[in-house]
Ligand binder design. Structure first.
Ligand code: NAD
Ligand code: DAU
Length: 351
């Protein structure tokens, strides 16, 4: 088949990546979508069962740090666009094993930049899109929002690795003219989210009548965005974002962790027919995360004014949809929390 574009999506078997792959495969039958993923603990082909037979979709198991594999993928598929999401993504894991974050997030990204640069002798019609995080901006006090001009001030090994990769992407644009674009997004939530992260972990623990671990006093604030809204923003930025530019993506939706956990408890009490207040009794304050960033909040005005994107869902509605998804996909939860997850959980929460 003659495809109009041949797009490589890295990390497409992960949480956000699977939503991006699904959106592109379904909305752009004229594009070939090549999903390359290493299938680490966070990657799962079950996340993409509904698109795996599509004629414009291909999956490749591979590591972005492996230059020879990446080179072959570019040659074989004549890749002309990259949406790069592959990463180690969990802050807690970056505290115990920072090297894995340097390898994938920094070395992997630079490997991919090099391969794209060497294959794209002509940069016309090409695009390298790096999907990044608001954590590169550091931590906010009680007021203010991160804008695209907020200076970088990463504070965890995870955010330091993402900041480094952002810098490399900009350096390749500036030095070699590689056509790039970057977005920095706030906390996502929704289906297929690995239950090491706050929202799916809370839902899973309530479902299993297990304690809900809340770090510190539960007063840290995050700005939550429905994952399908993020995938839509990535679509808009990939197609219409200005070359070399950066866009912040966020939900205008700040929540204190403890308020969010309480809300989830109340939603689940209703859905599981439990007496009001039952799940809140599971909340357990545990040792704080080392170097825990206090508050993130994104100003996504530029994306709204320049490219017309806005979040579509109210948080309560998105959260309810999310809870419903986990309750009707218990097998998915059982599968991803068997094996290694149990060891991770024990080591992480009982140390
Ligand atoms: P995730 O951990 O769910 O998925 C990451 C995927 O990358 C997995 O499928 C994994 O197998 C794959 N991967 C890891 N190392 C790889 C390697 N060396 N080669 C190939 N594939 C590899 O992550 P996510 O939450 O979906 O995040 C995706 C991207 O979006 C990341 O770059 C992350 O920094 C960024 N981001 C995430 C959020 C969020 O709230 N989750 C917010 C903003 C930005
Ligand atoms: O802001 C974007 C970032 O959001 C992404 O770049 C990261 O990839 C993603 O993991 C997420 O990082 P956070 O550290 O904010 O997400 P997490 O779900 O791990 O934690 C959310 C908040 O909840 C944070 O303040 C820590 C707290 N927390 C987390 C866990 C796992 C708890 O209180 N208890 C927990 O068990």
């Amino acid at each position: 088949m003659n495809f109009e574009r041949k797009i490589l999506i890295t990390g497409g078997a992960g949480f956000i990546g699977s939503h991006v792959v699904r959106r592109f495969v379904q909305n752009y039958p004229q594009y070939l979508i090549v999903n390359l993923d290493k299938l680490t603990y966070a990657g799962n082909l079950e996340n993409l069962r509904d698109v795996e037979g599509a004629p414009n979709y291909q999956f490749i198991k591979g590591d972005i740090c492996d230059a020879a594999t990446m080179d072959q993928v570019f040659s074989e598929h004549q890749i002309d666009g990259v949406i790069h999401l592959a990463a180690e993504s969990h802050v807690d894991r970056s505290i115990t094993n920072p090297m894995a974050f340097v390898e994938t997030n920094v070395i992997g990204t630079v490997t991919l930049l090099n391969v794209a640069k060497s294959h794209w002798s002509d940069f016309k019609g090409k695009r390298f899109y790096h999907v990044s995080t608001d954590e590169v901006y550091g931590s906010l006090g009680d007021t203010g929002l991160f804008t695209e001009t907020t200076p970088y001030d990463p504070k965890s090994p995870y955010s330091a690795s993402k900041a480094a990769s952002d810098h490399f992407v900009r350096a390749y644009q500036n030095t070699y003219g590689l056509p790039t674009v970057i977005s920095n997004c706030s906390n996502n939530y929704g289906s297929y989210h690995f239950p090491e992260k706050l929202i799916p972990l809370t839902i899973n623990n309530i479902r299993n009548n297990k304690q809900i671990p809340v770090y510190g006093k539960g007063e840290n604030i995050r700005d939550w965005l429905f994952v399908e809204d993020h995938a839509r923003a990535i679509d808009v930025i990939f197609h219409k974002g200005a070359e070399g530019d950066t866009y912040n993506i966020g939900g205008f939706n700040e929540w204190k962790n403890i308020d969010l956990v309480n809300l989830l408890c109340d939603i689940l009490d209703k859905k599981l027919d439990r007496e009001e207040g039952t799940s809140r009794k599971l909340i357990t304050y545990v040792k704080d995360r080392a170097g825990h960033d206090m508050r993130y909040a994104i100003d996504a005005t530029k994306l709204k004014n320049e490219l017309g994107w806005e979040p579509s869902l109210q948080f309560e509605e998105g959260l309810e949809k999310t809870v419903d998804w986990y309750l009707s996909n218990e097998k998915w939860l059982e599968d991803v929390t068997s094996g290694d997850y149990q060891n991770y959980y024990k080591e992480h929460y009982q140390s």
